[in-house]
Design a protein around this ligand. Sequence first.
Ligand SMILES: Cc1cc2nc3c(=O)[nH]c(=O)nc-3n(C[C@H](O)[C@H](O)[C@H](O)COP(=O)(O)OP(=O)(O)OC[C@H]3O[C@@H](n4cnc5c(N)ncnc54)[C@H](O)[C@@H]3O)c2cc1C
Length: 421
Amino acid sequence: MAAKLTKFSFATLARKALEGHKSWPQQWPQAEPKAQYDVVIVGAGGHGLGAAHYLAKEHGITNVAVIEKGWLGGGNTGRNTTIIRSNYLYDESARLYDHALDLWEGLSQDLDYNVMFSQRGVMMLAHSVHDVQSFKRHIHANRLNGVMNEWLTPQEAKAFCPPLDISSTARYPVMGAALQRRGGVARHDAVAWGYARSAAARGVDIIQNCPVLAIRRDTAGGVTGVETAKGFIAAKKVAVSAAGYTSVVMDTAGVRLPLESFPLQALVSEPVKPVFPCVVMSNTVHAYISQSDKGELVIGSGTDQYVSYSQRGGLHLIEHTLAAICEIFPLFSRMRMLRKWGGVVDVTPDRSPILGKTPVSGLYVNCGWGTGGFKATPGAAHVFAHTIARDEPHPINAPYTLDRFRTGRLIDEAAAAAVAH
Ligand SMILES: Cc1cc2nc3c(=O)[nH]c(=O)nc-3n(C[C@H](O)[C@H](O)[C@H](O)COP(=O)(O)OP(=O)(O)OC[C@H]3O[C@@H](n4cnc5c(N)ncnc54)[C@H](O)[C@@H]3O)c2cc1C
């Protein structure tokens, strides 16, 4: 039975405050699996929950289960540094990530849940002549695609982000920056929770602590359902959104994917008063930084050099990241770090996702987001739901086929950006 959606109106908030905030109902029920669904989605991250929301809301498909091996949002959705931007190089990427950005701008209203989307601007630092040329190329390509992106001189970059060291003696000299003012950050847990409660209110079952062990196919090769820790669940369609574990899940259906799984780390500092007004990325020295609403500096590091499912990364990587942060922002050199964690990211050879149908009838996949899929969450989930509902890709995700690794029609953001948070 569908959960009742609490409306977060001013009147409700005021009434609940007067009641001491003791009577808030559960936001989504803990569902047990039914025997059969129209669609089973594997993985309750933002992408899986978002697809369930759009399936129910835009396609009227509500006999849906989202099956999660742990707790919802406990994967990369709850582990990332929340950077949102759309200034990717290629036309296909511009369409996909800008579609996501359009949806981010209305997401809190759509879900009636504050995802704390903050368009504080994402600034990418250029430290070498190569960076300058590459970023300017991006800016021109973005503008041709109607994607907002602009070039800043070092002085303009400093004015936008005062803690930045632009002195000529800096170890990593700042030669300018690309700024996307429309970019920013959002609260990652809230994205998962907002999609979950909206989907549940429309009749979707969210089943946690239930690993999917195998995808089952009939003798004709089509999907019949999934084997789980809670038994077999029949499904007309199965959609996999399992991030770093996608290749393992898809392998059980006999589909091999060109994915490698790497640990990727992030860390936060002790909380301080507001000091950092935007998001800054430095691809060259591999450091990303913003400040959370709690006051912590949120810092992103790089992937390990070797494949692993360990969900923690090597210490030397965060040491390198912090050394770079201290060089670029000497102001932070005496701050203490509070905690660090890792996630397992799924990386394709061209660093673009695989998003759509598979060679198996009734089986769909949304994966390969690597280090940068949080920003795509609403856009990817939206076009994935379209693909599942109609059994054909949306024009935006049509190029993101598995087949491109056979035909060579790559969307090579790896060569374009080196990294892709
Ligand atoms: C440290 C870090 C920093 C990052 N920073 C950024 C950033 O700044 N900006 C950005 O855009 N992106 C960033 N990313 C990437 C981003 O987090 C991911 O691309 C995105 O969250 C993927 O969302 P998802 O819903 O596909 O995956 P997830 O949230 O990982 O969801 C997949 C779910 O599938 C579940 N699952 C796996 N196997 C099974 C199974 N067998 N049965 C059932 N369930 C299963 C998992 O438990 C998980 O909950 C970062 C990632 C990390 C780790």
